[in-house]
Ligand binder design. Structure first.
Ligand code: NAP
Length: 346
């Protein structure tokens, strides 16, 4: 029988400065847990740390680092174990998106998406799982996406990364079957209203919007925390995911014809034409991090897209030559990728 999770639990959250990771950190704070917050932008992490303390966190430690940097992740995990003596739960919610066809997205951006979403998951698992195994208890929750189960034109980098996360989680599970107290959970959200859509790199002339039905980051956070103890719960967090997966696997001919046009109307925001941008893939854009996104009501968004389509104002496709890096905001001090900084209060 695995020992019960100690309270307060030591909870590590990557992607804690925005969206789902931020909501997860706040939900754990409300339980009085000891929190370790990870993202690249120290500025936003410090804001979230303050929010977590106000929500009742037992303690908050901030690590500004890039999850794609294995050595930084190793050092962070070592420091967490030194401080708390254990890790009860690690949630990998760090993630980035790039829009554009494979031939449009520059290699560094394509690789950047894989680095954060897939290699970041592997880096965290590489260093957290041995701690969980030593303890013979604890949970690792990897956040995938419904897009890790299907194909979407113009989102190849993201889809490849999330298919990889799904495979990684499956392998972690069979590798750790011998210790029932070590739980590996994999969760695939559908549409969640977070800043990820506006923060995305884009070479398609637009950014995205969450496809309906849109969940809140707070609901998604509760679903993730539930899976920490019940890793056997269904991976799909949104009922619409099952429908989309069914279409993609059982009716591939129809699916492949419809996915592009449907995606263009319900999962993009044609009202905000976007020039080629690396978004937050290669470096953080602290000003864009927030708990929620700015998608607004789905019906209004879809109607606005249709109006734009019928007015013939759909954004033009871009070519790789038009790639220009997103200008770094003066208010966004970039944290060196390899550096780890730590601030803590109890
Ligand atoms: N929103 C949705 O509809 C949706 C749907 C399905 C799956 N998901 C998944 O849910 C997870 C959370 O996404 P979200 O929607 O909450 O996005 P978000 O609001 O944009 O938050 C992403 C977080 O990841 C951090 N991050 C990005 N790159 C990083 C890196 N290299 N190292 C460390 N931290 C990094 C960001 O902070 P910094 O930029 O400061 O590092 C931010 O805290 C992602 O895995 C995403 O793929 C989201």
């Amino acid at each position: 029988m695995p020992p019960p999770t100690p309270r307060p639990a030591a909870v590590l959250v990557t992607g804690a400065s925005s969206g789902i990771g931020r909501a997860t950190a706040l939900a754990a704070a409300e339980r009085g847990d000891d929190l370790v917050l990870v993202a690249r932008s120290e500025k936003t992490l410090q804001q979230v740390a303050t929010e977590c303390r106000l929500h009742g966190a037992g303690s908050v430690t901030v690590h500004a680092l890039d999850v794609g940097d294995d050595e930084a992740v190793r050092a962070m995990v070592e420091s967490v174990v030194r401080r708390h003596g254990r890790i009860d739960l690690a949630v990998h919610a760090a993630g980035v998106v790039a829009y554009g066809r494979i031939d449009q997205v520059p290699a560094e951006v394509f690789d950047g998406v894989l680095r954060t979403n897939l290699l970041g998951s592997a880096n965290l698992a590489r260093h957290v799982v041995p701690v969980l195994r030593r303890q013979e208890h604890g949970s690792l929750v990897l956040v995938g996406s419904v897009i890790g189960h299907i194909r979407v034109p113009g989102m190849a980098a993201y889809a490849v990364s999330k298919h990889g996360v799904r495979a990684l989680a499956a392998h972690l599970r069979i590798e750790n079957r011998d210790l029932p107290g070590v739980r590996i959970a994999y969760a695939a959200p559908g549409g969640v209203d977070t800043p990820i859509y506006q923060q995305a790199a884009s070479y398609a002339g637009f950014v995205g919007r969450p496809p309906p039905p849109v969940f809140s980051p707070e609901l998604t956070a509760r679903q993730l925390l539930r899976r920490a103890h019940r890793a056997w719960l269904p991976a799909q967090l949104n009922p619409a995911n099952e429908l989309i997966r069914f279409g993609a696997t059982a009716l591939p001919w129809i699916y492949d014809r419809l996915v592009g046009p449907l995606f263009g109307v319900i999962a993009t925001d044609l009202t905000r034409p976007t020039g080629p941008t690396t978004g937050n893939v290669l470096e953080p854009r602290a000003a864009g991090n927030a708990l929620r996104g700015t998608a607004g009501p789905t019906v209004a968004g879809v109607l606005a897209n249709l109006r734009r389509r019928f007015a013939g104002a759909a954004p033009a496709a871009t070519t790789p030559d038009e790639h220009v890096p997103h200008p770094r905001s003066a208010t966004d001090p970039v944290v060196a990728r390899t550096s780890t900084s730590e601030r803590s209060t109890t």
